[in-house]
Design a protein around this ligand. Sequence first.
Ligand SMILES: [Zn+2]
Length: 232
Amino acid sequence: MVIVLLGAPGAGKGTQAPILSERLGIPILASGDLLRAVAATDTDLGREVARIMQTGALVPDATTVGIFLDRLDAPDAAAGAILDGFPRTGTQAAALDEALAERRSKVDAAILIDVPEAEIVRRMTDRVICRANGHPYNLRTAPPAVPGRCDVDGSALYRRADDEESTVRARLAKQLAPLGEVIAHYRQRGILHAVDGRRAIDEVTAEILAGLPSQAAASGRSAAGATADRVR
Ligand SMILES: [Zn+2]
């Protein structure tokens, strides 16, 4: 089962992805990790991706799609994978559909961890770290024992510039537009499943799992299961 995991930054994708990966027995394919791994290889593609990444430019969609398809061919992804961070735009989503269709495969479900923008901003501005070692805290969900001080080393807690509200809002505005395209793409295909990301972690996990097509097919998808899936 190929699952696309969607959500604004701070919506909880990073929390849910490893839980889902374990429960479903399929790997997480995170675009950043995947591109860095390819860039580290001594191949023409690796050198090209490394060069593009060094310039800070975006890797072309076709290249990224190709890298994901290759990764999906690895034995550990035989039963599927959780795509995180890709597709990032509506164009990429369409390119991925097309490439998967050529292989008689498809995205089976797109899960949106839905959190209102105001809540996302609050979550991101709740994050602080300590001066000495960067130990992370969350002022709401994981506060230090003594306000403003690290539990481990006693150093002062501060908010990174990246987590200041104005920075968070500016960054979100840039990210939410393409995310909206991807959401619209999968909604149109009828495979978008939105879950309320404001609930407890285990409740979000349960709702995601309940919304996936046929749990039986998810665990140890056999060749017969794969065929049935294609016919459907
Ligand atoms: Zn600390």
